[in-house]
Design a protein around this ligand. Structure first.
Ligand code: PMP
Length: 431
């Protein structure tokens, strides 16, 4: 496969863009090699700058649940763009969006739109602190909540890929307020609350962890967090930026039947436009300006083009059977990959929640925590990644990211992927 145009663009990009990319995981640092530059996408396929086509399991890191360039979403964007790009004043589209979000996610009684997942978690955190009058927060190792200062402590995603436990530039005085515990370890949460419970403003958690590969919550974990927050008067924040409208129409909270106090949303809610949102219990959300004293704002928040793309996406994913079909397609992929690996004698397993999945090169029969993820064969993943790329299949360029299937992935796409993987697993078995 010829990728000279991508290579030339990457060289040019490094002249004026740090590392040649506008977000670190794009740089292929974890897997090595030169990142591909893309020029277009449609359905399940990405086309790179040299014209090569790939079956895409990144989906712009989650938003493209309908597949790329869905004709109805594109039409909604073009139609709205003709009426103006931004007003900095309220629109009817925002009312429709808020109504739809509250209908789909009943724990959300009031919702505020923002422009990224980072803004959503940052604002939710400030609100939780303002509401409780407390400063400490709890997060979990390997969970990533955007590049919010207080949350860049033992975070996942690019922080794991680049091996950075926490970021320089985050003041120690701030990092000290972030207590980082083990995901799926409720005893450690209980012990921590026994010591500091009265000063803990919030627990923030990915209800399915998707930034240290894909780790589902252990049975009882989320309910345990709910109970502890109730007992100590702390705010339970579900970061559903990735899982919202991804693992099911009502998010992970719908899937597991747990009501958080606040929820952060992003990715799918914008249909590929820069959108985030946070919302939750009325009593807490009423503390946000202009109703309350906790300040939060945004020039482009609730942007009409973004709302049009998001609303059309939410409408289409609300179709009957949308999630059962999507989950079935994802299961075909994960089962197919596991069978192909087993046939080649490669130690390998997968995790899956709805249309979100993880690939693990490991002897373990189940991967349930951060330590197990870190113990996987990263070198083998890297070889797998590059060999699949050469077969025209684009998985996330890091062993620590979840993968995504869209409604545009056909049975043929899955078959092609599994056939390619069978070949690649056999190659790996001979290394
Ligand atoms: N929270 C989670 C769970 C995420 O996966 C991400 C992004 N991958 C974010 C927050 C941050 O979102 P954004 O990149 O839009 O700022």
């Amino acid at each position: 496969m010829v990728t000279t145009r991508s290579q030339d663009l990457f060289t040019a990009a490094q002249q004026h863009i740090p590392g040649g990319v506008n977000s670190p995981v794009r740089a292929f640092r974890g897997v090595g090699g030169t990142p591909l530059f893309f020029q277009s996408a449609a359905g399940s396929k990405l086309i790179d700058a040299d014209g090569n086509s790939y079956i895409d399991y990144v989906g712009s890191w989650g938003p493209m649940i309908l597949g790329h360039a869905h004709p109805d979403v594109i039409a909604a964007v073009i139609n709205q763009a003709a009426h103006g790009l931004s007003f900095g004043a309220p629109t009817e589209l925002e009312v429709q969006m808020a109504d739809k979000v509250c209908a789909l996610i009943p724990s959300i009684e009031l919702v505020r739109m923002v422009s990224s997942g980072t803004e959503a978690t940052m604002s939710a955190l400030r609100l939780a602190r303002g509401y409780t009058g407390r400063d400490k927060i709890i997060k979990f190792e390997g969970c990533y909540h955007g590049h919010v200062d207080a949350l860049l402590v033992k975070a996942g995603s690019g922080m794991l890929t680049l091996g950075e436990p926490s970021s320089p530039g985050v003041p120690a005085a701030l990092a000290e307020l972030t207590l980082t515990l083990r995901y799926n370890d409720l005893d450690q949460v209980r012990d921590t609350f026994a010591k500091f419970g009265d000063s803990i403003a919030a627990i923030i958690v990915e209800p399915v962890a998707g930034n240290m590969n894909c780790i589902p919550p252990a049975p009882g974990f989320l309910q345990g967090l709910r109970d502890i927050c109730d007992r100590y008067g702390s705010v339970l924040i579900f970061d559903e930026v990735m899982t919202g409208f991804r693992v099911g129409l009502n998010g992970a909270q719908g899937l597991y039947g747990i009501k958080p106090d606040l929820t952060a949303l992003g990715k799918v809610i914008g249909g590929g436009m820069p959108v985030g949102a946070f919302g939750g219990r009325r009593e807490i959300m009423e503390k946000i300006s202009p109703l309350g004293p906790v300040y939060q704002a945004g020039t482009l928040s609730g942007n009409p083009i973004a709302m049009a793309a998001g609303l059309k996406t939410l409408e289409l994913i609300s179709a009957p059977d949308f999630y059962s079909n999507l989950t079935a397609t994802t299961t075909q992929l994960t089962q197919g990959l596991m069978q192909a690996a087993a046939a080649a004698g490669i130690p390998f397993t997968t995790n899956q929640v709805g249309a979100m999945f993880g690939l693990f090169f490991t002897n373990a029969s189940a991967v349930t925590n951060y330590a197990q993820v870190m113990a996987c064969q990263q070198a083998q993943f890297n070889s797998f990644f590059h060999a699949m790329l050469a077969h025209g299949v684009y998985f996330a360029p890091s062993a620590y990211e979840a993968g995504f299937v869209s409604a545009a992935h056909s049975a043929v796409d899955i078959d092609t992927t599994v056939t390619a993987a069978a070949d690649v697993f056999k190659q790996l078995a001979h290394v």
